[in-house]
Design a protein around this ligand. Structure first.
Ligand code: DX5
Ligand code: ZN
Length: 222
């Protein structure tokens, strides 16, 4: 049985970057639970997006939790900047730096909620030693870098594995999925036990975003 309410985190990556305020408005009026913000550095992933100023400017416009996903090398050099900008969750990649446990503790000490993410080629078991240090595990369901890619099916099982690891260890972290989420793929993700579904391109392409988010959650729409 699901332990907690299923949440949605629309990703601002698929918004019109010349109209971020409009993107925030779309997320709020659709009933999105969090705003997912993808920070890319052109090194860890082959694309560039934005830095802490964007997070700070979005923070001024919304009270929704900001779910900041750092797809950058040496995330430890920027943690204070993203906390100061008003991030609620700060997620770093297991593959991006060596002393991940230290950096997760620092995020917490700075006053934000620490998250860790893994790319499709990293097994869930690689997180075993640091699950105790996180509030969020973000399972990448595409190779990160771009919106609009297709979900890698093998990643879905990682969600179920993490649900089991959480139960065995008596822990309480949330599990989110990111990449290729849509009404179709959401079915198996919900079944696997996901807590938070990030959605970028499908959310911003939907004609009725409120209805779309309800469908992601598996609600029956009349
Ligand atoms: C991909 C990003 C995702 C992206 C998902 O590297 O981390 O957050 O916004 O976009 P969709 O939902 O289009 O796959
Ligand atoms: Zn993301």
């Amino acid at each position: 049985m699901r332990e907690r309410q299923l949440l949605t985190a629309p990703s601002i990556l698929s918004a019109d970057f010349a109209d971020i305020a409009g993107g925030i408005q779309r997320i709020e009026s659709a009933g999105g639970d969090w705003i997912h913000m993808d920070v890319m550095d052109g090194h860890f992933v082959p694309n560039l997006t934005f830095g802490p100023k964007m997070v700070a400017d979005v923070r001024k416009r919304t009270s929704l939790p900001l779910d900041v996903h750092l797809m950058i090398e040496r995330p430890e050099d920027y943690l204070a900047a993203y906390v100061d900008a008003g991030s609620d969750f700060i997620t770093i990649h297991l593959e991006a730096t060596v002393h991940v446990q230290r950096h997760l503790q620092r995020i917490q000490n700075l006053g934000a909620k620490p998250g860790v993410s893994i790319v499709p080629s990293t097994p869930a078991a690689a997180l075993s030693e640091i699950l105790v240090d996180v509030d969020l595990v973000l399972v990448m369901t595409v190779n990160p870098g771009y919106g609009g890619q297709s979900l890698v099916p093998a990643c879905v099982d990682k969600v179920a594995t993490l649900v089991e690891m959480r139960r065995e260890r008596g822990l309480d972290f949330m599990i989110s999925v990111d990449g290729g989420v849509n009404e179709g793929t959401a079915v198996s993700l919900r079944r696997a036990g996901v807590d938070v579904m990030v959605s970028g391109s499908s959310f911003f392409a939907s004609e009725d975003p409120r209805d779309y988010l309800q469908r992601l959650k598996g609600a029956r729409i009349a």
